[in-house]
Design a binder for this molecule. Structure first.
Ligand code: VGL
Ligand code: ZN
Length: 197
């Protein structure tokens, strides 16, 4: 059984959004067109409370895209984005959400960020997606969405480590590419056994 996992295709990651990824909206229609070919379609949604600890605005003297040390390790600081209930947190209008079997939200704990759809950034706190996929007998995952070098890459690496067959369809992803983060993420995905197509 094969699932399509559509990562964070939300207004704030598309042009005009708070953490816009260049070309983020170009991938929406082609993603919709793929959905019919899978046994399951799962959407992820970045879903932060106001004042989330990954927001630079919570750290006096810090600017977006600077790094800080959190109890669970280094963390990039972001502009406020994907706040629960905001326009920016909604899925892009063109995204076919009707076809989705499951929507998994992440990043809702105030003190910890969550790039991966499987584990938060402490690499310990599970989101529940692994159990859902296993209960449905799904072994193969195809990932698309935003952003290649953060939420897509961390999700793909975790999935591969958990034993799923993982393919990232790179033409249906777009990257933030912060200080070489795309090259680094690509190397990590390959090392984890993710197929990049
Ligand atoms: C993401 C940065 C912060 C992503 C989410 O979806 O890649 N990036 N929150
Ligand atoms: Zn986020």
């Amino acid at each position: 059984m094969r699932a399509l996992i559509v990562v964070d295709v939300q207004n704030d990651f598309c042009p005009g959004g708070a953490l816009a990824v260049a070309g983020g909206d170009e991938i929406v229609d082609p993603i919709n067109a793929l959905m019919a070919g899978y046994d399951a379609v799962i959407l992820t949604q970045d879903w932060h409370p106001e004042g989330h600890s990954s927001f630079a605005s919570e750290h006096p003297g810090k600017a977006p895209f600077e790094m800080i040390e959190m109890p669970y390790g280094p963390q990039v600081l972001w502009p406020d984005h994907c706040v629960q209930g905001s326009e920016g947190g909604k899925f892009h209008d063109w995204l076919n959400t009707t076809r989705a079997d499951m929507i998994i939200r992440k990043g809702f704990r105030p003190g910890i960020d969550s790039y991966s759809a499987f584990f938060e950034n402490d690499h310990e706190t599970a989101t529940g997606l692994e159990g859902y996929l296993r209960d449905r007998g799904i072994s193969d995952l195809h990932l698309v969405g935003l952003a290649t070098d953060f939420c897509v890459a961390y999700s793909a690496e975790d999935a591969a480590r958990l034993g799923f067959q993982v393919t990232v369809l790179t033409e249906l992803c777009r990257a933030i590419d912060l200080d070489g983060s795309l090259a680094a993420a690509t190397g990590r995905m390959q090392a984890a056994g993710v197929t990049l197509k």
